[in-house]
Design a protein around this ligand. Sequence first.
Ligand code: FMN
Length: 248
Amino acid sequence: MEPADAIYTRRSVRSYVSEPLGSEDLDKIERWIRGAERLTDDPFEYDYLGPEQIKTVLKWRAPHYIAIYSGRDMMSAVNVGFVFQQVDLRMQADGIGSCWLGMAKPESPLQHGGMEWGVSMSFGKPAEYPEVDKGADRKPLSRISDTEDPRLEPARLAPSAVNSQTWYFKKNGDAYDLYYKPKILKIPGITYWNYNDLGICLAHLYMAYPDTFSFSRGVSEDKKYVGTVRFRSRKDPVPSAGTGPIIF
Ligand SMILES: Cc1cc2nc3c(=O)[nH]c(=O)nc-3n(C[C@H](O)[C@H](O)[C@H](O)COP(=O)(O)O)c2cc1C
């Protein structure tokens, strides 16, 4: 399966065989993280942890976790969501199960400059794969955008913390302005995870339209404005390729 196809089939995996993955799989995952496109140049760090190094109230364990550290500001957390959702899709397309986890902290958080632990991701060989329902538990396009553009379908299907889907696209000429539309949830840490969600939904658009997706940060007084997505025409000049941030 191609990574972009996993947009339509992936689910969070919460049941794993306890046996760890082999070094080939772990090396591949590390390459996917390093090779993922960055949305911004905000820094982040990550560590691989085993189940015994994780503090969580969750009843299940995975053989592997990635603990991710970044700044607490919106764009740092959006960038984390953007990068690691590309990795999530690649894992799931490759038969590796994964689940974003706010509720699984490192037992002993490391010092990574001024960065704090923000979110984790479990992964490993799935013991059971949740039934795929192709987005039936997601908001319809009419609730995530003022324009029902089928090109936004990959964003609609994106996973989010407690499936809150706090994103809203407003048509702006030939582009879409993305806004954070918070849901009132009394969960400590949820704002950071919602910022991850915004990057996750942008990663779905990028993975679905890698040749035409572009993202820029316009100027706005509105603190809930995240940025502007454009689907360039294939005739438009292609910005310089590479692994740098894809803001242009
Ligand atoms: C930033 C973030 C944090 C999450 N934290 C947790 C968590 O702590 N525990 C959990 O079981 N699932 C967690 N999830 C998984 C979501 O509940 C799940 O993605 C959502 O319900 C949609 O389901 P799906 O991933 O199967 O499509 C998290 C997801 C995201 C994106």
